[in-house]
Design a protein around this ligand. Structure first.
Ligand SMILES: Nc1nc2c(ncn2[C@@H]2O[C@H](COP(=O)(O)OP(=O)(O)O)[C@@H](O)[C@H]2O)c(=O)[nH]1
Ligand SMILES: [Mg+2]
Length: 342
């Protein structure tokens, strides 16, 4: 019999501001993740993190960074990154893409994890629609993360945006992170009295397919809240990729103790027709310790194309195999001056 993928240590590494906040929110839940680690160039990201070890990639000059500069800065820390990954069997690499730190380091950390013998799984949070300037780096980083990981789960910030004119950006992030942590938390939770967990192996079995996985999330408090939230989740995913391309899915239902077996069965049965693919392989997981609103989240995999392909115009023009996809690095301008001061 083959060994289950998750036998051995499961590690989650949060990278950059978004990655660290999401991983940190996950670290407070009872999950099948044994250890948390955080990496950033920004000290304040690490100061705000809890429940894990931190690695600060120090930047000697005060300069606006881009992803390749961050990779350059990380070179002296390759040993520390290898040590961080340690003997983990599975490494979840969590980052928001489009900024400098997550885009630069997430593909690199996934590659290091793979080289150290772990199954690297990327969890990529993509920019809000209004963050048009972040698209290019986000597109490239997502493609690189896919090539250095065994599977990538994509979460779109736009889907998590709750339209309310008065909320601050910080509140938007907090609400978004709570939803992501709740959805990932249900998928990876330890078995308890109030949940039917999917288990890491079922989740990995879904993610480790060709192409990309999407994590769709929607909440509803209506009369038909399960059906309503499920439909809205599928609609949100259809804005990102062709839902009929999905081959595998895990439906996550998170509500209160009134969640019935009938509703669960309905969600599992309806998913195929909603996604226009009756042959999709569907698993489910349920948690009964939420509020009266129903949160439905769908982890679906097998998407060969996503809207993010267009974020990276070079790949759109030349295809993904033509351009040199190496992890180039840039040294910061100004470093020579600093050395000369010594
Ligand atoms: N969901 C969520 N997205 C965030 C958060 N912080 C930043 N982002 C988004 O993540 C992307 C990368 O930003 P950031 O994490 O600040 O970049 P980095 O620190 O350089 O890796 C952008 O699209 C941000 O809007 C967060 O706490 N939660
Ligand atoms: Mg940051």
């Amino acid at each position: 019999m083959t060994q289950p993928l998750s036998s051995g240590e499961v590690l989650a590494v949060g990278i950059g501001s978004a990655g660290i906040r999401i991983a940190s929110a996950l670290s407070t839940e009872p999950l099948q993740i044994d250890r948390f680690a955080y990496v950033s160039c920004d000290r304040s990201d690490l100061e705000a993190a809890s429940g894990g070890e931190g690695l600060l990639i120090d930047c000697p000059v005060d300069q606006k960074l881009n992803p390749s500069m961050v990779r350059g800065l990380a070179i002296p820390y390759l040993g520390s990154l290898r040590e961080m990954v340690g003997n983990a069997r599975v490494v979840f690499v969590i980052a928001g893409l489009g900024g400098a730190v997550g885009s630069g380091l997430a593909p690199m950390v996934a590659q290091i994890a793979g080289e150290c013998g772990a199954v690297a799984v990327g969890v990529a949070v993509m920019p809000f629609d209004y963050e048009k300037k972040l698209r290019f780096y986000a597109g490239i980083a997502l493609r690189r993360l896919r090539s250095t990981s065994k599977g990538v789960v994509v979460i779109d910030n736009e889907m998590l945006l709750k339209a309310s004119p008065d909320v601050t950006l910080k509140e938007i992030y907090t609400i978004a992170n709570e939803e992501v942590a709740r959805a990932l938390g249900c998928l990876l939770s330890k078995p308890t009295d109030s949940s039917i967990p999917a288990g890491v192996n079922k989740v990995l079995g879904t993610i480790l397919q060709e192409g990309y996985s999407l994590l769709g999330i929607a909440t509803s408090g209506s009369v038909d809240k399960t059906e309503d939230a499920l439909a809205r989740t599928v609609i949100a995913m259809s804005r990102i990729a062709e839902t009929k391309e999905a081959s595998h899915a895990v439906v996550v239902l998170s509500g209160d103790a009134s969640l019935s077996a009938r509703e669960t069965g309905m969600a599992v049965k309806r998913l195929g027709s909603m996604m226009n693919n009756q042959s999709i392989d569907v698993e489910y997981t349920a948690s009964f310790n939420g509020g009266s609103e129903m949160m439905v989240s769908v982890l679906a995999s097998g998407f060969r194309r996503t809207k993010y392909d267009e974020y990276d115009p070079l790949a759109a023009i030349f295809g993904t195999n033509v351009i040199d996809d190496g992890m180039d690095t840039t040294l910061l301008t100004g470093l020579e001056r600093i050395e000369a001061c010594d």
